[in-house]
Design a protein around this ligand. Structure first.
Ligand SMILES: *[C@@H]1O[C@H](CO)[C@@H](O)[C@H](O)[C@H]1NC(C)=O
Ligand SMILES: *[C@@H]1O[C@H](CO)[C@@H](O)[C@H](O)[C@H]1NC(C)=O
Ligand SMILES: *[C@@H]1O[C@H](CO)[C@@H](O)[C@H](O)[C@H]1NC(C)=O
Ligand SMILES: *[C@@H]1O[C@H](CO)[C@@H](O)[C@H](O)[C@H]1NC(C)=O
Ligand SMILES: *[C@@H]1O[C@H](CO)[C@@H](O)[C@H](O)[C@H]1NC(C)=O
Ligand SMILES: *[C@@H]1O[C@H](CO)[C@@H](O)[C@H](O)[C@H]1NC(C)=O
Ligand SMILES: *[C@@H]1O[C@H](CO)[C@@H](O)[C@H](O)[C@H]1NC(C)=O
Length: 666
């Protein structure tokens, strides 16, 4: 452990004295830090992909649970990925500038999501952060800092676009997610922001991950220019702890990405513990959940690591998970701009408490008694500790001495009976002689507050869960004009967008087109082939059919696939049954996306700029591939995955189109 880490020891043995434990809440000696809010992160990457395809009213209901004040999570902050055309964990998100001379502020769904959030909470804090950049930014070097003015202009154009086309004010901008930062780039970014009148937009840095989570703080102390440029120090998965150098800067400290934990009830417990202890142990004044909403195929990496789950647009089913309610314990009772009291800390019997005030007499106290095993997060490791039931007495002093009663809201996780109680309003407590006593059990969250507006919002139950339809067809002719991507396709390398051929194209006017033509400045290990997956991961025997149009002569090529078994950062290693045709007049059937494990190859007579219909039928251990209805090959497919998604894609970063896609599962 670093000597500089602030270690907060909890009592080795929890003690609850016979008459209970006493805690003072006082503002006489001054206040603590300013609270900046609790938020969710959409992106990093493609974590909200499926949300947009939900029918109403379900889509709006999901958004209500996330953003509507006094309803559900009632989030204060929405952080989004600035799409960079590259894989950023659960998919790619499109850039607003695929090419140097290209600008489009209507791609993807983050603009729409920000507007929906703002519609519900006009005060929501908006943050943008790049994970990846389109290839032209890096001049083929997969590095964004060699031409800092170009990168800064690119990022600032995204902020300008947000304002100009969507009337969205971005409040904070980041550098490069979990990658190295560059002092000169940050300086140029600041200058570029200032020049276009965005001097109020603050810079967060460096969104680093262990062991670099707080490194920038030390760098700031050593470099005055860096110190001046950075407004907020954002660290990822800090495990509720900070370092002395970070405190020494006096800057706001944020857990700018945290949680990343399966959203079952232990996940809800993890999140409750983080929301309190990020401040108690680490003086962090904002915590942002990766991710906002688990709205991507569950079998992609980190399935269900969102505050709630919405991964079935085809059925309309979604699940309001416990993290929504543990969020509400803080968010519905405070607002950014409130101050923490100095009197916050651990309970002697285990657990923690924080207190916040609006400095106009309102007081909110959040207490959590989550036990170790019921609140472990995915990372970092959580050292053991004990929590025991205890009667605790709080004494209200200073401006709070005259408070006569407090609203009480309680969550109780009961892992034995599974009869959890989330955000339940209890009778308010009377404060007599400036104090009140609370009987605390383990695995509880309590909010006591003068705020009276909180509510546990509900919508009618959504439709039941159902698998992806066995027969699915899309000719890409019927489109939702708000979106550029076809429903349910989850791009894992490259970007597949609706395309309209304006010249006289015959029957293929509206198609789906892969548009990334150059390897991006990647964040993860994108494949060298573009691929978009769709359907049900448990599909085994399926027929995939698509019309295809290779645009790149010579080496250009496209594929359709069955049993595609991997996406996310592992997409390079995706296996399945892949049927390729190439512009050079050949075809191939392979077991892998890289195209190295060949099952069959031969002549197809295919070329670029002609439409063909490909079909791939995989049944048990056999496959049949046809081109325009004529069988090219059938045979056994050994050593392929048992199950996986359907997929489409291209042989390289090249333009290609797809039309009349269909998949039929047994
Ligand atoms: C937004 O903030 C203003 C000023 O703090 C406040 O008066 C208003 O109630 C807030 N609106 C919502 C929807 O929270
Ligand atoms: C608390 O906040 C409310 C608004 O939410 C306000 O009306 C009230 O005056 C504040 N102060 C106290 C002491 O309740
Ligand atoms: C917590 O989990 C560990 C590992 O699974 C187990 O050994 C231990 O008994 C559990 N503790 C409690 C209090 O359940
Ligand atoms: C809390 O107080 C009640 C009586 O008010 C008592 O029955 C209970 O045992 C106490 N709990 C603890 C853990 O001391
Ligand atoms: C558009 O259609 C025309 C006419 O069929 C065709 O020649 C051209 O290649 C198509 N363009 C694209 C980009 O598909
Ligand atoms: C798509 O396929 C259907 C038959 O399945 C056919 O009627 C239609 O013409 C096709 N569309 C195009 C653009 O080829
Ligand atoms: C697979 O192919 C083999 C040999 O061609 C054939 O005997 C077998 O019946 C086929 N199995 C299925 C499920 O089609």
């Amino acid at each position: 452990m670093h000597s500089s880490v602030v270690v907060v020891y909890t009592a080795a043995l929890c003690v609850c004295f016979t008459y209970g434990d006493d805690y003072i809440l006082d503002d006489k000696l001054g206040l603590g830090r300013t609270f900046d809010g609790i938020g969710g992160l959409s992106g990093g990457g493609a974590t909200s992909r499926l949300l947009v395809n939900y029918a109403e009213p379900y889509r709006s209901q999901i958004l209500d649970y996330l953003f509507k004040p006094n309803f559900g999570a009632s989030l204060h902050i929405l952080k989004v990925e600035i799409g960079g055309d590259a894989q950023t964990t659960d998919g790619t998100e499109p850039s607003h500038m695929h090419y140097e001379n290209d600008e489009n502020y209507f791609r993807g769904y983050e603009w729409w999501l920000m507007k929906e959030a703002k519609k519900r909470n006009p005060n929501i804090t908006l943050i943008g952060l790049p994970w990846a950049f389109p290839g032209w930014i890096g001049h083929e070097k997969s590095w964004p800092y060699d031409f800092p003015d170009i990168t800064a202009k690119y990022v600032v154009s995204w902020i300008v676009g947000a304002k100009q086309y969507h009337d969205l004010d971005i409040h904070y901008i980041g550098i490069w997610n979990e990658k190295k930062y560059d002092l000169n780039y940050i300086k140029v970014l600041r200058d570029t922001l200032d020049r276009v009148g965005f001097s109020h937009i603050a810079i967060i840095a460096a969104d680093g991950y262990k062991p670099d989570d707080w490194q920038i703080a030390s760098d700031m102390l050593a470099e005055p220019l860096l110190f001046d440029l950075i407004d907020v120090i954002g660290a990822h998965y800090p495990g509720t702890e900070t370092v002395m150098d970070a405190l020494k800067t006096g800057k706001a400290l944020w857990a700018s990405e945290d949680f990343s934990t399966y959203n079952d009830d232990v996940g809800g417990g993890c999140w409750a513990r983080l929301l309190n202890q990020n401040y108690v142990n680490g003086r962090m004044t904002a915590t942002i959940s990766w991710n906002l909403l688990a709205s991507y195929y569950e079998r992609l990496p980190f399935g269900r690591d969102g505050l709630m789950t919405a991964q079935e647009p085809w059925s309309g089913n979604y699940v309001v998970e416990s993290p929504i309610w543990t969020t509400a314990h803080t968010t519905q009772f405070t607002q950014p701009g409130w101050s923490y009291l100095q009197t916050v800390g651990h309970l002697k019997s285990g657990g923690s408490y924080v207190a916040l005030t609006d400095r106009r007499g309102n007081l909110t106290v959040v207490i959590e008694t989550m036990t170790h095993n019921d609140s472990v997060c995915i990372r970092p490791p959580l050292p053991p500790y004990d929590v025991t039931p205890c009667n605790v007495t709080f004494y209200l002093k200073g401006s709070f001495a005259s408070i006569s009663q407090l609203q009480v809201w309680r969550t109780k996780f009961d892992f034995k009976t599974k009869k959890h109680v989330f955000l339940q309003k209890l009778d308010s407590v009377k404060v007599s002689d400036g104090s009140f006593t609370l009987r605390l059990d383990v695995d509880e969250v309590y909010t006591l507050s003068t705020i009276t507006t909180a509510q546990k919002g509900t919508h009618p139950d959504p439709p039941p869960s159902a698998p992806f339809p066995k027969l699915y067809e899309d000719d890409f002719n019927v489109r939702n004009p708000s979106f550029t991507e076809a429903p349910h396709f989850a791009d894992q390398t490259g970007v597949f967008e609706y395309f309209k051929n304006l010249t006289d194209p015959g029957p293929h006017v509206y198609t789906l087109r892969q548009v990334v033509t150059q390897r991006p400045v990647t964040w993860a290990t994108d494949a060298n082939q573009a691929i978009s997956v769709i359907g049900d991961y448990s599909w085994r025997n399926i027929v995939v059919t698509s019309d295809v149009f290779i645009e790149k002569p010579g080496t250009g090529g496209v594929f359709i696939a069955a049993r595609a078994d991997r996406g996310g950062s592992g997409v390079q290693g995706c296996r399945g049954v892949f049927f390729w045709v190439f512009a050079d007049g050949t075809y191939r059937v392979t077991r892998d996306l890289m195209g190295k494990s060949v099952l069959a190859e031969g002549k197809s007579g295919t070329s670029s700029s002609i439409w063909y219909t490909l079909s791939l039928a995989v049944k048990e251990r056999n496959a049949t591939v046809t081109l325009d209805g004529t069988s090219l090959w059938d045979g056994g497919v050994d050593w392929v995955p048992k199950y996986g998604w359907a997929a489409i894609g291209t042989a390289s970063f090249e333009l290609a189109q797809f039309d009349n896609f269909s998949v039929e599962a047994e």
